[in-house]
Design a binder for this molecule. Sequence first.
Ligand code: MG
Length: 285
Amino acid sequence: MGIRGSRSRLPWNVGARTVILRRVSSEAWEKLKEWSREPEGVAIFTDIDGTLAPIVPTPDLSEVPEELRQLLSRLAESYRIVAGISGRATPDAKKLLGLEDVVYYGNHGFEILRDGAVEVVPEAMPYEEKVRELEGLAREVLELRGAFIEDKGITASIHYRNAPPEVGEMSKAFVKREGERLGLRITVGRGVVEARPPIRADKGTAVRRLVEEYGPERALFIGDDTTDLDAFRALEELREEGVLRESLRVGVRSDEGPPEIVSEADLVVDGVEGVGDVLRVLAGG
Ligand SMILES: [Mg+2]
């Protein structure tokens, strides 16, 4: 009896919610169609891994489907800007997407790659020397002991996953001590300790910078993960400030993604295939 009662309530609630979601998303699809008629005023910002490239066991096996690459290449010709905004280092992001006309923003929001050149965001520049110094010290002290120092430009990553445990402890302590002395921000991840300039840089600051630089009236962001929420929020802020006339947050639903990627989105699509639908509408059909 009890089970029956709760079961009968469930479809009603789900039904009401579905109706609301459908109405919101049909408005968003209409908006996309409308935007596609005036592409020169529109910025297309997109995450790459999990959004354009399906998630695979190791990042070096990632691939962007050929159809999406062709669509993006077409969009880059008529839209104000098409930018791939990624956690990867920018040359890596470019290799994955393989398109010249796209702007790449990466390395935790510190780097832009366009027209063949990598630019470090100006606020981070004063720390470039300090990051180099830390990398040099880490090479002298930690590399011989089995740590791997990754050359990432404006940020430094010291990996100790494959080193003995005591080298891991030593790496963390060393990078924390020296990094703090140099005024850098230190974060510890899984098997890695990283040093970066102590300024705010993320997908949100990336979106803001590109909007201010390229001056679109409308902008959308497509993403699937936690770091993409910063970009969603930046779009909202820019619209509230009147910098953008309209914005659109496209969430890519997946089993591992955070719930906010759905709840904070204006339009939710399923996986890389759903992103293809968005790009096709932007391309005019
Ligand atoms: Mg992603």
